[in-house]
Design a protein around this ligand. Structure first.
Ligand SMILES: O=C(O)CCC(=O)C(=O)O
Ligand SMILES: [Fe+2]
Length: 314
């Protein structure tokens, strides 16, 4: 079976002629349908802002554990701030992943009705540039994600903004991850990120600082999918798959342990989420004759709560 994650150029969609645009939409949609993944070049996310975010992340994770632990908010599902090494595990693996991470959410204006629901971001006072770097990157990723959702809607012949509108002021999360050197921290039987599917609609993964990302094909074979410098790897999560009656798969992926005990890795997936009240409910126009909905409608909030319990964050 052919298994290939395609690369598309977002400029073809945003400023190309009709032929380039159509080819973009078709290639993006087919790649997502076949593999659950696609790579995006010219995505519009400023690479300087990505570099600054990685620099800030490295400095924050280098802080002593006792300092970082002050930025952990117990009982919030790790939605904001710091989550310690080994805490999160995949749904089907009780051993914690070999990673620590910091979650950044949207910076909503005071008085926004969703602000009390989302809670405030947590920023390390030891590294004030972290806030600027992460909020800038968050905004760039959000813009890119909305454009990609418009393209996916076009592929599926849905109204142009029908998917993108779900994520305006959504509960998206920028996950800043540090995978320490195995020689420094290790849990017997642990892997950097054990096999899982993402919960959200789509995930945008700018190039990580090292290789390791792999995805599973339908025959059970693992493939490397590291994005090249400057590209963003995009994958479909469970919410998108469910909303689309499984027409696009939420493909299982993982981050494997490096062969060198000294190798350190940083990555920054952006999990693009709907607002909590948005209903995941397959549009009737997507159903083929005789096809029925495989899932009852559920709010993004209820779906997320279910999944956070399964991965040990709640
Ligand atoms: O670190 C990576 O490259 C991917 C991490 C990932 O899949 C996740 O956090 O959901
Ligand atoms: Fe993931």
């Amino acid at each position: 079976m052919r298994f290939h994650v395609e690369t598309v150029d977002l400029a073809d969609f945003t400023s190309g002629d009709a032929a380039a645009r159509n080819k973009f939409v078709q290639t993006l949609g087919d790649s997502l349908k076949d593999t659950g993944f696609v790579k995006v070049a010219n995505h519009g996310v400023d690479l300087g802002s990505l570099d600054r975010a990685y620099d800030a992340a490295k400095r924050v994770f280098a802080l002593p554990d006792a300092v970082k632990d002050q930025y952990h908010l117990p009982g919030t599902g790790g939605a904001r701030g710091f989550t310690a090494f080994g805490r999160e595990h995949a749904k089907d693996n009780p051993v914690g992943d070999l990673k620590e991470f910091w979650h950044v959410g949207p910076e909503l204006p005071d008085g926004h009705k969703l602000k009390p629901h989302y809670g405030n971001n947590v920023w390390p006072k030891e590294e004030p540039v972290f806030k600027t770097a992460m909020t800038t990157l968050f905004d760039g990723m959000q813009t890119c994600a909305e454009i990609l959702l418009e393209a996916i809607a076009e592929y599926l012949k849905l109204p142009r903004r029908s998917l993108a509108d779900m994520v305006v002021d959504g509960q998206s999360v920028l996950r800043v991850i540090h995978y320490p050197a195995l020689k420094d921290r290790f849990i017997e039987g642990g892997v950097r990120a054990s096999a899982h599917e993402d919960i959200n609609l789509i995930t945008l993964l700018p190039a990580a600082t090292d290789s390791g990302l792999e995805l599973l094909d339908r025959e059970g074979k693992w493939h490397k999918v590291d994005g090249l410098e400057g590209e963003i790897v995009v994958d479909a999560g469970d919410m998108l798959s469910r909303h689309l009656n499984l027409k696009i798969p939420a493909t299982t992926h993982r981050v494997v342990n490096p062969s060198s005990p000294d190798a350190v890795r940083y990555s920054m997936p952006f999990f693009c989420h709907p607002r909590p009240e948005v209903l995941l409910d397959t549009p009737d126009s997507l159903l083929d004759p005789g096809e029925t909905k495989k899932f009852p409608a559920i709010t993004a909030h209820d779906f997320l709560e279910q999944r956070l319990r399964e991965i040990g964050l709640k």
